[in-house]
Write a protein that binds this ligand. Structure first.
Ligand code: C5P
Length: 296
């Protein structure tokens, strides 16, 4: 019998990669990387309802049931726990899908955290982290949220504090790249690899209370992404011509963003980008979220 709450509404935040260096391939088929993750106040809304029967139900438009990470998260949790009540999950998507913003991983982490509350169980942190990593390399980060420097597959996390005045304008091109993440990892060449020094320097700055250095936002996927989709190579110039002081790529893309520290300029850049890009991209203004539980 279910003893936890029967309905929970939760926010599920997007992340940005504030720089992403790839060190090289690992023996397990993944790559070692260094990145700074930051959750931002662009969130999907999720509603969880306990069901009488044992079914796990979650339909996300455009996502096949076999690839639905929310369903996989609930199934993995149930495998660990044994029999539980069923669950229906509704996801209202605001985070662009397959865009480098971690939406699916965030939804999976939200499902792990929320289902524990509804099923009235509390796995210890390391067990929950292990389940999260089976779902995807950046799912463990979303269990914590806020900002963190990540190493290993992206799952070894060390929390950071971001300056609270940071604002981001996200430019999310409306294009679909099949099997994007694995394709881009497979397209990396030795010249795309680095030692993680830039991200280490950025993390040291943040730990010392210094402002974010936009010159340290390099992303190893930039070259292979522009090679795969040459039409994206003009985006940095378009973003700069709209008044943006810097341009960076999030995850394996295709979302680009600029970092600013005053709201007036942020609003101006967003307005100019909407005028320049029209239906080609979603333009979204966002701010850092200190924890994953903050209101969006
Ligand atoms: O872990 P995730 O499901 O996000 O990974 C998707 C694909 O991206 C993996 O199958 C792998 O090809 C690649 N990947 C990688 N190294 C990482 C993360 C992902 O090679 N650290």
């Amino acid at each position: 019998m279910n003893v936890g709450p029967v309905r929970i509404a939760a926010h599920s935040p997007a992340k940005l990669n504030l720089g992403l260096e790839i060190l090289g391939p690992r023996a397990d088929g993944f790559h070692d990387l260094v990145t700074i993750f930051a959750t931002v106040d662009l969130c999907d809304s999720m509603i969880f309802d306990v069901l009488d029967g044992p079914e796990l139900v979650c339909a996300i438009p455009g996502v096949a049931a076999g690839e639905n990470l929310v369903l996989r998260a609930l199934a993995e949790l149930r495998t660990t726990l044994g029999p539980t009540s069923g669950m229906a999950v509704t996801v209202e998507k605001r985070i662009p899908v397959a865009a480098g913003l971690g939406g699916a991983s965030s939804n999976a982490a939200t499902a792990l955290v929320t289902a524990q509350a509804m099923w009235d169980v509390q796995l210890d942190r390391s067990e929950l982290d292990r389940i999260a990593l089976r779902l995807g390399s950046d799912v463990p980060f979303f269990l914590h949220g806020g900002a963190a420097i990540a190493t290993g597959r992206g799952h070894q996390l060390d929390a950071l504090e971001l300056p609270s005045n940071l604002r981001f304008v996200l430019v999310s091109p409306r294009l679909f790249i099949p099997r994007k993440t694995s394709t881009l990892f497979a397209s990396l060449q030795p010249r795309d690899f680095s030692e993680g020094e830039m991200l280490g320097e950025q993390a040291d700055r943040l730990r010392s209370g210094l402002p974010l250095n936009a010159e340290l936002l390099a992303n190893a996927f930039t070259r292979p992404l522009y090679h795969l989709r040459p039409e994206l190579a003009e985006l940095p110039d378009i973003i700069r011509s709209a008044g943006a002081p810097n341009v960076a790529l999030s995850g394996a893309g295709p979302t680009h963003y600029t970092v600013l520290d005053d709201m007036e300029r942020t609003t101006h850049v967003a307005h100019e980008l909407r005028a320049r890009l029209g239906a080609r991209a979603d333009i979204i203004v966002a701010a850092p979220l200190r924890t994953r539980y903050h209101d969006c």
